[in-house]
Design a protein around this ligand. Structure first.
Ligand code: PDD
Length: 280
């Protein structure tokens, strides 16, 4: 495998960043995960727009020009012969002696990797549905910035894994669902309306979420952006999650209770199917 690190293509096993990189010391950096389908980056424009926003919220400069970044991502995909898979890209503020305020005159660090995924395995997982648990929201209020500071997400995901579940939903004190540790959260009401939380500062503005709005429209489905509770999700017709890695994947249980009849929802599966046709 080949990785890109600050201007160089290097063997993945030898790819390193400096011990004083601020990503390592302060989680002072941002990232993107993009799906690769048939060798192409899905929703690349939306991903780079979100990267631009994350960088500007943290006052980190673009490490290289946007069009150059696109070229490098494509080159990493090509060199790793990825047909179906994921591209990971990370930008940190750079390398400087440890001190909290922004260092002056440093260049941001850029790392890009790509890996293959197994579309059949992902499809089987989606067709079987996944389980989620709930955890109290304990993240900061700027989770709309896609930073590499993911410790609450890591702890939540580990808790889910130990409970035999795939995902953990962060739930606010008022009982409403925010999102998963690495996915956005959705339900389908008895009337067939898709419901997902408004993308304010409380959740990450998922790229798959945005594309699913388009997919829903193409299927004639209505989407409502509003908060929903765990109780509402359990009583809904369906629940599902979305991300670049999972696309739309049905949820069959929440905290051990079945969602509807406990079978994967057909709306989520048809959104997943239609996603491949609409995504560019
Ligand atoms: N996670 N919410 C959170 C907290 C996320 O970390 C992600 C993505 C999403 C979905 O966003 P998108 O549709 O753009 O993938 C929602 C990536 C995949 C990750 O951390 O691996």
């Amino acid at each position: 495998r080949i990785a890109y690190v600050n201007g160089r293509y290097v063997a993945h096993r030898d790819a390193t960043v400096h011990i004083e990189d601020r990503g390592y010391q302060f989680a002072d950096g941002v990232y993107e995960v993009c799906e690769v389908a048939r060798g192409f980056i899905v929703d690349s424009k939306r991903h780079l727009d979100r990267l631009d926003r994350s960088l500007s919220e943290l006052a980190i400069d673009w490490p290289i020009h946007r069009s150059a970044l696109m070229t490098v991502m494509r080159e990493v995909i090509r060199r790793n012969r990825v047909h179906d898979g994921l591209v990971y890209l990370q930008v940190t503020r750079g390398v400087a002696p440890r001190d909290h305020p922004f260092p002056v005159g440093v260049r941001p660090s850029l790392v890009i990797t790509a890996k293959k995924t197994n579309p059949d395995a992902l499809r089987h997982k989606a067709e079987a549905g996944v389980k989620v648990i709930t955890v109290p929201e304990n993240r900061w209020d700027r989770v709309d910035i896609k930073t590499v500071g993911l410790l609450p997400n890591v702890l939540a995901k580990q808790k889910a894994k130990e409970a035999g579940a795939y995902e953990a939903w962060f739930v606010d004190p008022d009982g409403t669902v925010k999102e998963g540790a690495s996915t956005n959260a959705w339900i389908v009401t008895k009337d067939g309306v898709l419901v997902t939380r408004p993308a304010d500062h409380g959740i990450l503005r998922g790229i798959t979420r945005a594309t699913l709005f388009d997919v829903a429209a193409s299927l004639g489905l209505r989407v409502e952006e509003r908060a929903f509770s765990v109780e509402e999700a359990l009583a809904a017709r369906e629940a599902f999650l979305s991300s670049a890695t999972t696309l739309a994947t049905p949820i069959v249980a929440i905290d051990g209770h079945p969602v509807a009849n406990g079978h994967p929802g057909s709306v989520a599966l048809s959104l997943r199917q239609a996603f491949f046709e609409i995504a560019e």
